[in-house]
Design a binder for this molecule. Structure first.
Ligand SMILES: [Zn+2]
Length: 305
């Protein structure tokens, strides 16, 4: 069975308060239809529906302080309680202590070792590679895991050729922020179609969405709402093309942030573990899954039963 992992940075399950939680305010008709009319909130989980399961997952893992991106992502990618091992939640980029675990083996390298195919579906712009090459920029945990597995990160040529997707789904960021006026763009539903088309080419594919964490740090309610209106249409496009009998979709996060705009810091909220697929595949994955550590083994098992 193939597995598509959509990683939403900094998205927790928060309270039903539209003053602080964009998920309480935004209408996501497609996601809500998957969740029996409920919104992506703490009091909606756990939920098991016809096509989707929503679990609350612990991201704090018994370690004091607020969960951070390097350790949170590294837990997802290794199944090891790295914050406990190093004595703290650490981020945003891996320090040597965190990197050591990712270099030792991770989801991408294990999938490749099992003789399966894997890809990180994000396209990175030239300025990203320039900054990494010049030493100005450290890899975050996910690209570090990908390159450790011997896989390449997709670049501008891949994006233009339709082999990868923009980090904002639609590609308008390539035209505006990145300065490529001729970059391909997709309306959200078409971006979801594209995501399905790409994910169907691999046993394991991963898409990283980081703007949610950014909106949380900026405490930007309007931006947060616009992002998840877009995401709802992407999800609809994706699921219009998705075959539940052959693939499972996992949507989760590394820590809370955007669900509580009363603070610009991360939160210790549970994060959503949203599974979309056949009831059998979802039940197997969700069984006794309580925290971020449990994701790793379940992904490997879903891909190579
Ligand atoms: Zn953050």
């Amino acid at each position: 069975m193939r597995l598509l992992f959509i990683f939403l940075d900094g998205v927790g399950l928060g309270v039903d308060d539209p003053d602080i939680n964009p998920f309480a305010r935004v209408e996501m008709p497609f996601l809500q239809s998957l969740l029996g009319g409920k919104k992506l909130l703490a009091n909606s989980a756990p939920y098991v529906g016809e096509r989707a399961t929503l679990l609350p997952l612990d991201a704090a893992l018994g370690v004091n302080g607020l969960p951070q991106s390097a350790t949170g992502q590294a837990v997802l990618l290794t199944g090891i309680n790295i914050p406990q091992k190093i004595g703290e939640h650490y981020g945003p980029k891996p320090n040597p202590a965190v990197a050591k675990y990712l270099l030792n083996g991770n989801l991408f390298s294990q999938v490749i070792k099992a003789g399966k195919t894997a890809a990180l579906l994000n396209a990175y712009p030239p300025r990203y590679f320039d900054a990494v090459d010049s030493g100005k920029r450290l890899y975050s945990a996910i690209p570090l895991a990908v390159t450790t597995a011997g896989l390449s990160l997709f670049d501008k040529d891949d994006y233009y050729a339709g082999r990868a997707l923009s980090a904002d789904f639609t590609g308008y960021g390539w035209r505006g922020m990145l300065g490529f006026p001729d970059a391909p763009v997709y309306e959200p539903h078409a971006a979801g179609d594209k995501l399905a088309e790409l994910a169907n080419q691999y046993d394991f594919s991963f898409f990283e969405y980081w703007a949610s964490d950014y909106a949380g740090h900026k405490q930007d309610m309007n931006w947060a709402i616009e992002q998840f209106k877009t995401f709802d249409d992407v999800l609809r496009g994706l699921l219009d093309q998705w075959d539940d009998q052959h693939g499972l979709i996992l949507i989760t996060s590394d820590h809370g942030n955007m669900e509580d705009l009363s603070t610009r810091r991360h939160t210790d909220a549970k994060v959503p573990g949203l599974l979309i697929g056949s009831s059998e595949a979802r039940a197997a994955f969700a069984s006794e899954l309580n925290d971020l550590m449990g994701i790793y083994q379940r992904i490997l098992k879903a891909i190579s039963p």
